[in-house]
Design a protein around this ligand. Sequence first.
Ligand SMILES: Nc1ncnc2c1ncn2[C@@H]1O[C@H](COP(=O)(O)OP(=O)(O)O)[C@@H](O)[C@H]1O
Ligand SMILES: [Mg+2]
Length: 231
Amino acid sequence: MELEIRKLVRDYGTKRVLDLESVTIEKGTRTAIIGPNGAGKSTLLNIVSRIDVATEGEVVYESEDPRLVTQVFQQPYMLRTSVERNIQYPLRLRNWPEEGMKKRSNELMEDLGLLDLRHQKAWKLSGGETQKVALARALSFQPSLLLLDEPTANIDPATTAEIEEMLLKINREEGTTILFVTHNLAQARRVCNRLLFLDKGKLVESGDCQEILQNPKEEKTRRFIAGELLI
Ligand SMILES: Nc1ncnc2c1ncn2[C@@H]1O[C@H](COP(=O)(O)OP(=O)(O)O)[C@@H](O)[C@H]1O
Ligand SMILES: [Mg+2]
C-alpha cells in the first residue's frame, strides 16, 4: 500500500467539494483521476501532497517521510537559474554530493531530451520544456509517490508523448507510484492501470483502468467517457 484515503471530506464554507469513502492506492500503480470540472480532482491531489488539509478524515501513507511525495503542477514554477540547477535543486536541499547530483540530473535530462538546454534560463523556456524540467526536478530525488495535476494540459503532442514515456519508464524502473489527474482519456488509456472517476466530490467508480474505459459499470462514468457529461 502506498497510501490510504480514509473518509476524506473537504468543505469550503458550506460547500462540500470532496466526500470520499475509503480508497487505497497500491505501491507501484499508475492511477488516473478523471472527472468533470469541479469534481474535486485537484483538491484530492492537493490533500494527498499536503498542500491542502482535509476538513474530516485523513490520508495514511506507508512511508512516514513526507519528502518522498512530490507534485508537478499544470503551471510549474521555475527558479531563476539554469535548467540543470532547477533539476538539481531538490538534491541540493537534501545535501547530495556534487557527483551524485550531476549523475542523476544528467540521466533525467537525457531521458527527457533536455541535455541541450541544460545551461538555458529555466524561466524562459516554452511550456513543453518547462513541464519536462518540472518533471525531471520532481523525479530527481526518486520520490516514492509522484502526483501530477494535468501535466500535459497545454502541451504539444510530441512533448506529451515524451512525458508519458518518462512516466512509464520511471514507474517500471524505479517503482514510483503515480497518481495523475488528466482530461485526456487517451492519455489515461496509454498510461494508467488504475482509474478513479470523481463527480461532484464523490468517487463514482474505481478499478482497473482499461476495464473501466472499455466497459464502465456506472451510467455516469459511461456518459463521461462518451463525452456526454462535461460539466
Ligand atoms: N479555495 C477555494 N475556495 C472555494 N472553493 C474552492 C476552492 N478551491 C476549489 N474550490 C471548489 O471546489 C470544487 C472542486 O475544485 P477542484 O478540486 O479544483 O476541481 P477539479 O480539479 O476536479 O476541476 C470546485 O467547485 C471549486 O470551485
Ligand atoms: Mg483541477
